[in-house]
Design a protein around this ligand. Structure first.
Ligand code: NAP
Length: 239
């Protein structure tokens, strides 16, 4: 397969790039960190130094490719709100990196996927979007937007036979979560996350969520009445 991965210089995207390359696929890895890109290139992976917040340059770069069978959009960031400062610049930054960058990537890869074989578009969201979580006003909202975008595209790309999957990971050990200063229940290795994602992609699952022992709890909690959910969340915050 011809596979493009954004956010491939670190964490989940990097793992997927290495694994797919190891399986013999032709991989294009996108990121900004030149050293990480050079390391991937030394292994025989095509690379692109692309800042996805730069729409014009990004679209020009995508247009230089011919076709794709699979695009995995993993580029993203995470920042938390710390009240009493509701930092709207932080919100804008998170939206720019997680939502606008995703939109630019989608605009870039769709014409390429239309020329591919059994094309498949995969967006990395987050289990954080299942529930309102402490300090996640910006990150959770950005990932809810990603989920909505991917699920809507699934409807609208159906006629063109482009499959769309949404990935909703729980905590995965990457540089992104290494910054966190709070307990991360059921955090899994990036290798395990890569296996879950590749397995879900191979089976063309609509939603790929893991680890189930964490994501299923969040999904069940979401069925609770909002007042009860609020009391539980408040109790956790007080602890
Ligand atoms: N780790 C988790 O527990 C977890 C859980 C749920 C969801 N996720 C999601 O999974 C995705 C990957 O996360 P991760 O943990 O692997 O994070 P990570 O290790 O911090 O990697 C983030 C990647 O995104 C790239 N990136 C960010 N902004 C970019 C931009 N403007 N243009 C181009 N590339 C950009 C980074 O590139 P450079 O380093 O080259 O700048 C890097 O390759 C994110 O969307 C994240 O929200 C992660």
């Amino acid at each position: 397969m011809k596979i493009l991965i954004t956010g491939a210089t670190s964490g989940i995207g990097r793992q997927l790039a290495l694994d797919y390359h190891g399986e013999g696929h032709e991989v294009w890895a996108i990121g900004r960190n030149q050293q990480a890109l050079s390391e991937l290139e030394a292994k025989g992976i095509h690379t692109g130094k692309v800042d996805l917040t730069d729409r014009k340059n990004s679209l020009e770069w995508f247009a230089s490719l011919e076709s794709l069978d699979l695009a995995v959009l993993s580029a993203g960031t995470c920042e938390y709100i710390d009240l009493p400062d509701f930092d709207s610049e932080l919100v804008a930054r998170v939206m720019r990196h997680n939502v606008e960058s995703m939109a630019v990537s989608i605009q870039g890869v769709l014409p390429l996927l239309r020329k591919g074989t059994r094309p498949h578009l995969v967006g990395i969201g987050s289990a954080a979007a299942y529930l309102p979580l402490h300090r996640a006003e910006a990150y959770g909202a950005s990932k809810a937007a990603v989920a909505y975008m991917m699920e809507t595209l699934r409807i609208d790309l159906y006629k063109e036979k482009i499959d769309v999957s949404l990935v909703c990971p729980g905590f995965v050990k990457t540089p992104l979560t290494d910054r966190n200063d709070f307990p991360m229940p059921f955090r899994i290795s990036v290798e395990e996350a890569g296996r879950h994602i590749r397995d879900g992609i191979a089976r063309r699952k609509l939603e790929i969520h893991f680890p189930k022992r964490f994501t299923c709890i969040l999904k069940m909690l979401n069925f609770l009445p909002r007042s009860l959910l609020l009391r539980l969340a408040q109790r956790m915050v007080r602890k």
